[in-house]
Design a protein around this ligand. Sequence first.
Ligand SMILES: [Zn+2]
Length: 327
Amino acid sequence: MHEAILELNIPFREPMVIYKNEFRGSGDGPLISLVSGMHGDEISGMYLLSRLAAFLDRVERGLEPFYTLEGTVRLIPVINVPGVNFATRNWPFDGTDINRMFPGYDLGETTQRIADGVLRATVDSHYAFDVHGSNEQFFEIPHLRMFSPTEEDLRLAPYLRCRYLLRRELTPLYKTQLSYHWKESGISPYILMLGVARRIDDDLVETLYQGLIDFMLAAGVLLGPPPAPPLQPPSFGRKHTHLVLSRAAGIFRPTAAAGAMLRKGEMLGQIVNVLSGQVEEEVRAPASGLLASIRSYPLVYEKELLARLFTAEENPSGTADVWYQEQ
Ligand SMILES: [Zn+2]
């Protein structure tokens, strides 16, 4: 069922509408909400939600004979409507990041009203997913981010088949983000980081699509064949993080790929002097662990983030609370 969750008058012509597509089951199963398109250039999440919409439509029409919808699935694929239409990450009118406007304000400026409308439209959920992607300057492998997950959250998370899980305490640092307010409202929030901005990675979307169907089966939203055995992802907290910053400025050429397990001292890449072509810095892994993300935009200043690496052991100096490279 397509329905407007928010209508805003805009300077010219028809109002701007944010839509939800909701599938209501026959039983009293839980309500799961999924949102994407908060950032207008993160396309993979929108495509993932469109795949789910097509699947749930088939379930509703009896074309998926093994599945029955027991709960409710609410999809809000596009929050930043003009951003999506014109391929800009932020709100095009004034560059506002909508994921810095929560909980929003219904009498406030446009992006505050959008934030308020999205929170109101999802606050009755049992589970809620906010789907994002990394920006073009930084390649991240797909992963899940959670605030102080409960045992039940951790039971369900492995069905999603993400490469790793990043946990954080619910601190005021995140107070302007949608998932913070979901957690504060008693909802289990799952932040999915999926792919790179402006691109669709079909394999990734397919994995997450199957993962979300299995998640819904395990959570009792959907009835059907038993889900695939869950795949326990490694879980990292704040103190497992190693940030690799550039010491030199120049052109960064990575030699390691995100997703690799690296040994301490292994080469991550080089920074080359633009004028002389000489190597200014050999960038090496500060510890042994999972290379979760690496910079893809080549030009760097000093002290810029080049890579993020997670280790099984706690890093005594790893107190930097970097949640998102892009957020
Ligand atoms: Zn995003």
